[in-house]
Design a protein around this ligand. Structure first.
Ligand code: 9L3
Ligand code: MG
Length: 160
């Protein structure tokens, strides 16, 4: 029996929402040239899926089952760009758990990072990388989901 709740709908609505497939966690790296004195941010152009191809993003990807978000971030960045990174602060998002929304199916945790080994190359899932000056972060066509993150980074990383 659907019991209407005074503010927001029926118990059935709530049950339906709760039984939806839980969102999958994604991790992303906001790689800057220097964590202590950042002047540039690394952007990467996706090659797949076709709906996202050509869009620029912060590199990263899905956390595997049984994997910690931080292990996933190091693994994804190594797979995608061939580099090892050192992490800076977490970049808090607006959702509970400080994640950033990525459509209905994913949420992303984001950390600042810098390269400690290797030179980033578009090894997997990207066909171009670009270092953007912090005052020119909108020079590429960011994926819609990444744009609010980039705007937050713009404010966070702005010099004194
Ligand atoms: N996604 C969006 N922005 C990002 C990242 C790393 C990922 N900065 C979206 C694209 C996919 C999903 O998250 O729909 C999973 O990412 P991936 O594993 O295909 O990189
Ligand atoms: Mg990826």
């Amino acid at each position: 029996q659907a019991v209407p709740h005074r503010c927001c709908g029926t118990i059935d609505d709530a049950m339906t929402a709760a039984s939806r497939t839980p969102v999958r966690l994604v991790v992303g790296a906001a790689i800057v040239d220097d964590l202590e004195r950042p002047t540039r941010l690394l952007s990467a152009r996706r090659t797949e899926p076709s709906a996202l191809a050509g869009g620029w993003e912060l590199p990263g990807g899905k956390v595997d089952e049984g994997e910690s978000p931080l292990s996933a971030l190091h693994r994804e960045v190594l797979e995608e760009l061939g580099v090892r990174i050192r992490l800076g602060v977490h970049v808090p998002g607006p959702l509970p758990g400080s994640t950033w929304p990525l459509g209905d199916r994913y949420e992303m945790l984001v950390w600042l990072a810098e390269v400690v080994e290797g030179d980033p190359q578009p090894i997997e899932d990207h066909d171009e990388l670009r270092w953007l000056e912090l005052d020119d972060l909108r020079a590429v066509g960011w994926l819609p989901a990444d744009l609010p993150i980039v705007e937050t980074l713009e404010a966070m990383l702005a010099g004194p």
